[in-house]
Design a binder for this molecule. Structure first.
Ligand SMILES: Nc1nc2c(c(=O)[nH]1)N[C@H]1C(S)=C(S)[C@@H](COP(=O)(O)O)O[C@H]1N2
Ligand SMILES: [Mo]
Length: 330
């Protein structure tokens, strides 16, 4: 298998940017959105409708707990933050990120959080197979205990032109693939989400989609140091709506490449089909790198809206991760 040279993290331009080390509190967000001190007092415990890209309602810490699956590994979070990965913007408010999701298995709208209460993420296993010397299956909790967890701050850019910036906890995909010993014949990595239509109701209702959700990367993309297997978010275990118990995070590509709640990883010789590319190839490619200069056929990609503050920002080529990945595409 081709092991590739990885440029040092300090080569990243965001390194100069102001670090944001604390998560915005609900109060800070309310302030940013223009609510007065009086308004904040009046809002205590209440839900507030927001327009535009904002979450339909704020979650509170207690409600958030209901989104976090019970597991024997909760003591491993928060993991130590890897200081290499800096942001050029504040971390997105956690409570808003919990109520503004794409997870089509549960809802075709952003209100995924209202459809996940029956979703069980234990027991859960992940299988690795295909072009590897050591195909194997791990139980999620054995896997998490085995891998060295770290926290990373990444930007996330959805193809729909909204974005967030969140602390993920997990480990590089490369470390996981190495356990299975890829053969030199492996050229691609395919990922598959669970299938359980009785719980994930859109897997039954939205019958025109080819469930279960599937995605793929090339081997050099999969081995890039940015490509992350996330088992946690915001310093605790992964919430159901963000893809519990384990998802992939590919921060220089549009969000649909970052597949949630995976059960299978398969190394292949040929380029695998991917969910959105198979459905609408004229709108969604296999590669799907974030690029402000290539408009979606139905909208511009030049700007993006931050989901908590509503701020608009220019979109960065490779979502700002060109130092790590541009050479993969030259
Ligand atoms: N299994 C699965 N994974 C998925 C999706 C999905 O519908 N199903 N949506 C994708 C899209 S379009 C985006 S933008 C991100 C959203 O991640 P978030 O809800 O954690 O912000 O998940 C991606 N992973
Ligand atoms: Mo997305």
């Amino acid at each position: 298998m081709a092991f590739i040279k990885i440029p040092p993290g300090w080569a990243m331009p965001e390194r100069q940017a102001t670090p944001e080390s604390v998560y915005l509190s609900r109060r800070d967000v309310l302030k940013k959105l223009g609510f007065s001190a009086l308004g904040i007092a009046g809002l205590c415990g209440a839900y507030r409708q927001l327009s535009g890209p904002h979450a339909s309602a704020f979650a509170g810490p207690q409600e958030l707990d209901s989104f976090i699956p019970k597991s024997p590994n909760s003591g491993l979070y928060p993991a130590k933050r890897n200081p290499v990965f800096k942001l050029d913007r504040p971390i997105t408010n956690e409570f808003i990120a919990a109520k503004y999701n794409n997870f089509y298995e549960f809802s075709l709208k952003k209100n995924v959080w209202q459809h996940i209460s029956q979703f069980q993420t234990r027991p859960w296993s992940i299988e690795i197979k295909g072009e590897v010397e050591k195909p194997q299956t791990w139980g999620i909790d054995d896997l998490v205990r085995k891998m060295p967890l770290e926290e990373r701050l990444y930007r996330h850019r959805c193809v729909e032109a909204w974005s967030m910036a969140v602390p993920w906890t997990g480990f590089p995909l490369k470390a996981l693939l190495e356990q299975a010993m890829p053969k030199s014949s492996a050229k691609y990595v395919r990922f598959v989400t669970f299938l359980n239509p009785s719980v994930a109701v859109e897997q039954k209702k939205a019958h025109w989609y080819p469930w279960p959700y599937f995605e793929a990367l090339t081997i050099p993309e999969a081995l890039n140091e940015l490509t992350f297997v996330a088992t946690g978010i915001y310093g605790h275990e992964m919430t159901k709506q963000h893809g519990a118990p384990v998802r992939i995070v590919v921060p220089w590509k549009y969000g649909y490449k970052s597949i949630k709640s995976i059960v299978k990883i398969e190394l292949t010789r040929k380029q695998p089909a991917t969910f959105w590319n198979q459905l609408q190839p004229q709108e969604y490619g296999f590669v799907s790198n974030v690029d402000p200069d290539i408009p979606h056929p139905r909208w511009s990609q030049a700007k993006e809206t931050l989901i908590d503050t509503g701020e608009k920002r220019p979109t960065l080529k490779y979502n700002g991760y060109g130092e790590y990945v541009a050479r993969l595409y030259s």
